[in-house]
Design a protein around this ligand. Structure first.
Ligand code: SAH
Length: 342
């Protein structure tokens, strides 16, 4: 697919077809404008016919807007598969949460994305496409970006689709394209230790986010199957290596689940682990998923838990919940839509 390619590669592609190089620029600009092939006005029909099978055929299939302005987009790809993206509006700009896989095979007990397993990986161009389509939808273009920040926190485990992620990160931060700085991009992982070491070698300025969700391995194993493969100690060692290599701090996600990981003694353990280290802890009240038998901690409980952490010297905040009325949590909406389609 042409959205997987850099400008130079698209120029090569048109050259192989015997077309002049400027056609490559036109195709590249059309892709980055988020246009469908039909909407491209400066290419003759014979060229359109020739590139039709390679030109991206993804589209916005639906959009839901919550009371707080948060938008949930459903993006559909050429093969009919769908993923969700969430657009969050902040004072400083717009953050888009994109998906990296259709479904997920990590099996976390609190997460809706993983209920039907992994369908397939997304290509780099399909990850980029989510940004290009939504940037256009909210009035942006290649030079006037409306999306300022990107988080790889939608459906899927980014490090389980490693090569495509790296390619995507190069495309999205390229000066030829939409040019979103790596500093404004976060990658969230449930902690695939070997891949964290590999990522540290890539010389990227992205923020690494670890979904920890437990103070120890025993509790982590109750909700996250990946904890049977990698220990918290192993993950943190890899993160220390990341910090040492990149000089960038690591964010930790901690979803508060009532009666599972929310006790004062759990806060104490976290303080012991993270004290005097370059980490920030995000406390997230669990977003209730009806297929899962887990209870959400209240916002008040989340504030108290975060308060214990800050009193103990950690940098910790409670994540604002956004888009609750539109199925804001990962994979919730896709599952509802798939359920309706059945
Ligand atoms: N696989 C990656 C990224 C996708 S999930 C990861 O594990 O980090 C993005 C974040 O949302 C993760 O921290 C995930 O654990 C969290 N999450 C998933 N379901 C949730 C729910 N129902 N309530 C709150 N957070 C949830």
């Amino acid at each position: 697919m042409l959205s997987d390619l850099t400008l130079t590669e698209i120029r090569e592609y048109v050259k192989e077809k015997g077309l002049p190089a400027f056609r490559g620029n036109q195709i590249f600009d059309a892709i980055y404008a988020g246009k469908s092939l039909q909407e491209v006005s400066n290419l003759p029909q014979n060229i359109k016919n020739e590139i039709e099978n390679d030109y991206p055929a993804y589209k916005i299939a639906n959009m839901f807007e919550g009371k707080d302005g948060t938008r949930k987009y459903i993006i559909q790809f050429a093969d009919g598969e769908i993923v969700e993206c969430v657009l969050m509006k902040y004072k400083y700009g717009n953050t888009l949460c994109i998906s990296t896989q259709v479904g997920c095979r990590m099996g976390c007990k609190f997460c809706a994305s993983t209920l039907n397993g992994l369908k397939r990986n997304l290509t780099a161009g399909e990850m980029l496409g989510q940004i290009l389509l939504i940037n256009r939808d909210i009035g942006g273009n290649k030079t006037e970006r409306k999306i300022t920040n990107v988080v790889l926190m939608g459906s899927g485990e980014p490090l389980d689709n490693y090569d495509n992620d790296i390619k995507f990160l190069k495309l999205v931060s390229s000066g030829d394209g939409i040019n979103i700085s790596e500093r404004n991009i976060s990658l969230s992982t449930c902690g695939l230790v070997d891949k964290i070491y590999k990522l540290a070698e890539e010389d990227l300025s992205i923020t690494l986010t670890i979904s920890l969700h437990a103070p120890n391995d025993e509790i982590r194993r109750q909700t996250m199957p990946i904890a049977n493969k990698f220990s918290i100690e192993g993950i943190l060692k890899a993160c220390d290596y990341w910090i040492q290599k990149t000089g960038r701090r690591v964010a930790v996600e901690y979803t508060l689940i009532k009666g599972v990981n929310d006790k004062p003694e759990h806060a104490k353990t976290l303080i012991n682990i993270f004290k005097n280290k370059l980490y920030h802890i995000n406390i997230i009240p669990l977003n209730y998923v009806k297929e899962r038998d887990l209870a959400a901690a209240s916002r008040q409980e989340a504030y108290s838990f975060a308060g214990l952490l800050t009193k103990g010297g950690l940098s910790a905040t409670v994540r604002r919940t956004m888009g609750e009325d539109i199925g804001g949590a990962c994979g919730q909406l896709r599952n509802t839509l798939l359920g309706e389609a059945k």
